[in-house]
Design a protein around this ligand. Structure first.
Ligand code: ZN
Length: 84
């Protein structure tokens, strides 16, 4: 079951605004969402986290986050892969 979010996020495949969230999960302090485009059906993932603008360590913090997220997303996608 998908639900329109209307959050203005564009599909990376067709560029249309409008996707449904098929799965959400909190992982390591971030929120991962699996989305499916309502126009073309393309499935993709988004990750939400926070940062503090003006923080001198923001860039380093985000780089550290990205490194963790790379592993987290791989695990997330692997969970959804058909087994066998
Ligand atoms: Zn699309």
């Amino acid at each position: 079951m998908t639900k329109a979010t209307g959050d203005g996020l564009e599909c990376p495949a067709c560029g249309q605004d409008g996707s449904g969230v098929t799965n959400s999960r909190v992982y390591n302090g971030t929120i991962h969402r699996r989305r499916q485009c309502r126009s073309c059906g393309h499935r993709y993932s988004t990750v939400e986290t926070h940062f503090r603008p003006g923080d001198a360590e923001t860039i380093a913090h985000l780089q550290e986050r990205v490194a963790k997220l790379t592993k987290a997303v791989a695990a997330f996608l692997d969970d959804e892969s058909p087994k066998g």
